[in-house]
Design a protein around this ligand. Structure first.
Ligand code: TNX
Length: 550
């Protein structure tokens, strides 16, 4: 792991140009809705965007696609029909109208289902058990679009499909030229995995509530349903804890490189949770213990075995800090923190970190985790931990997040696989595949390379079900793409590392294994380029992808 700190260097010129042409306030029709150079799926550039995007040419690719008949055309008269008895169905309807209004300029009134003939109907069918918790069916024909789901979450996922079927210009925030067509036919779609996550490290560099919301919106587009927030680390404590106030006033006051840091008040954290919930994402808060704790140790001298508070840490080494395992006050501290954060979090999980505790002896690690895991259950949450947690016995029902890589010692892999055979759930986040902070190539300006470089194809081309030898497929709950931020300080930095790898990881989590195919995926990915542009997302123009216009 490199230890040198990164300097602020100007963005890649390519992504600068992309952002510049994308922006908010661009009143003209985008250049992406027709014409231009086009090359095909044979490894050359993708076709320029057609007027009607073929049904199912989206990310994640749907489970079943049956094109049929003529497209639907959205007009000034289109209404959105909802089930008026469901508040959540109305909220999804409003969200859809809010997505489409700025670029189409259409009023898109929300009405009762029956009054929406010829429009877009959002139907809840609680009996349609085949659609599961997040599945949906989208039927499109000239006389209307019907989206059916068993749950509001399913409607929300279906809305993302509908959105991606429309031309990319729909993502712009000013009125654009139509036509706004949705190809005819039927999509029936359910996710492969129940847990499809992304992690944002707000500890190494702090990101504001609005910046986190922007990230949540990016995740929503690709049907990700879990936002893991890495809320504490050596360089910063980012969430208010009333019983230990110096954690934020002191421990939140800096970040990597010595910047001002920051933290979320309880109200702000709740605002993030609420916003995530409105996108049907569950927040998993992480308090990383017993290592990664300089911010806490520096805030309270009594948490240190020698009773001396170390200075705040702004470097990027890992493994240098540990809570004091023999002291009772350590467990009072952890109990208070877990209690307060559990009370703010409606989701099922609480992540206790447990990684890279190189300054904690193995015996102490086991003692600590055996005491701390039950505290999570005491406050009604399920334990999640990085896979080192299998150095002790994960409590029943715990989820273990595997971040190993090809070169991880076999004994370590086997320990995690054994825990999975013993009943632990597995979340796969292999560092050399899913870590969004790894450099794409040795020339990538941002990011780290301790797990090697991770080009776009490498991040997509693996199978979560079989990735960890010896772990039963049934133990795999899903995948997560972590975005660590030692070298990332701005949303531009986040964008260029997450894009375009994030959509591929989202597809691994959602789409059936049989659909997995790099050659067709890379063409669909190339087709996302004008959408990234319209959303103001500066992305890495990987030479592996046949981007339009190249
Ligand atoms: C490893 S893998 C870490 C983090 C770093 C990251 C940087 C794991 C659970 N921990 O502390 O931020 O690498 O890539």
């Amino acid at each position: 792991m490199p230890v040198s700190q990164r300097r602020r260097i100007p963005r890649l010129i390519g992504s600068l140009l992309l952002v510049a042409t994308a922006g908010v306030g661009c009143g003209e029709a985008s250049a992406d809705s027709g014409g231009g150079d086009s090359r095909g799926a044979d490894g050359k550039a993708a076709a320029a965007e057609p007027e009607v995007r073929p049904l199912g040419r989206i990310i994640p690719v749907p489970a079943s696609v049956t094109p049929e008949g003529e497209p639907y055309t959205l007009t000034h008269a289109t209404r959105i029909g909802i089930d008026e008895t469901s508040r959540e169905s109305r909220a999804v309807g409003r969200y859809l109208a809010g997505l489409l209004r700025p670029s189409t300029g259409f009023p898109l009134h929300i009405v009762d289902e029956d009054a929406a003939r010829g429009g877009i109907r959002l139907r809840l069918d609680r009996e349609d058990t085949g659609l599961g918790d997040e599945g949906y069916r989208l039927h499109s024909a000239p006389d209307g679009v019907t989206l059916t789901a068993r749950t509001p979450a399913g409607l929300f996922r279906g809305v993302q499909t509908l959105r991606q079927q429309l031309p990319s210009a729909v993502e712009r925030r000013t009125v654009q030229q139509g036509p706004w067509k949705i190809a005819g036919g039927t999509i029936t779609d359910t996710p492969r995995y129940a847990y499809r996550g992304a992690m944002l490290d707000v500890a190494r560099h702090f990101f504001t509530v609005d910046e986190v919301k922007r990230f949540i919106d990016q995740l929503a587009l690709y049907k990700i349903n879990t936002l893991h927030l890495h809320l504490s680390d050596d360089q910063g404590w980012r969430i208010a804890v009333d019983s230990w106030p110096r954690l934020t006033t002191h421990g939140g006051s800096t970040e990597v490189g010595g910047g001002p840091g920051g933290f979320y008040t309880k109200e702000q954290y709740k605002e993030i949770v609420r916003y995530a919930a409105s996108r049907y994402q569950e927040v998993v808060p992480e308090i990383d213990v017993p290592g990664h704790t300089f911010a806490a140790l520096s805030s309270y001298a009594e948490l240190n075995c020698d009773g001396v508070a170390p200075p705040l840490y702004t470097g990027i080494k890992v493994g240098l800090s540990s809570l004091c395992v023999p002291k009772d006050v350590t467990y009072d501290f952890v109990d208070d923190v877990i209690r307060e954060i559990a009370a703010l979090t409606p989701g099922r999980f609480l992540h206790i970190g447990g990684d890279e505790a190189h300054s904690t002896s193995h015996a102490d690690y086991v003692t600590f985790m055996d005491k701390v895991q039950p505290l999570v259950g005491k406050y009604g949450k399920t334990v999640v931990g990085w896979h080192q947690l299998t150095g002790t016995k994960p409590v029943e029902g715990a989820l273990v997040q595997y971040w190993g890589l090809d070169r991880t010692p076999l004994a370590e892999k086997e320990r995690v696989a054994a825990a999975a055979r013993d009943g632990a759930g597995l979340i796969l986040s292999p560092a050399d595949r899913s870590y969004l902070d790894m450099k794409y190539t040795k020339d990538t300006e941002l990011g780290l390379a301790w797990a090697g470089t991770v080009e776009v194809r490498r991040s997509y081309d693996w199978d979560p079900a079989t990735y960890l030898a010896g772990a039963p497929e049934s133990a795999v709950r899903g995948i997560e793409a972590p975005l660590w931020t030692e070298t990332l300080a701005t949303t531009d930095d986040l964008d260029v590392m997450a894009f375009p790898r994030l959509p591929g990881l989202a597809e691994l989590g959602w789409s059936p294994a049989e659909t997995h195919d790099w050659d067709t995926y890379k063409v669909r990915l190339a087709e996302q380029a004008p959408r990234f542009d319209a959303l103001g997302i500066g992305y890495y123009r990987s030479p592996q992808v046949p981007w339009p216009g190249e």
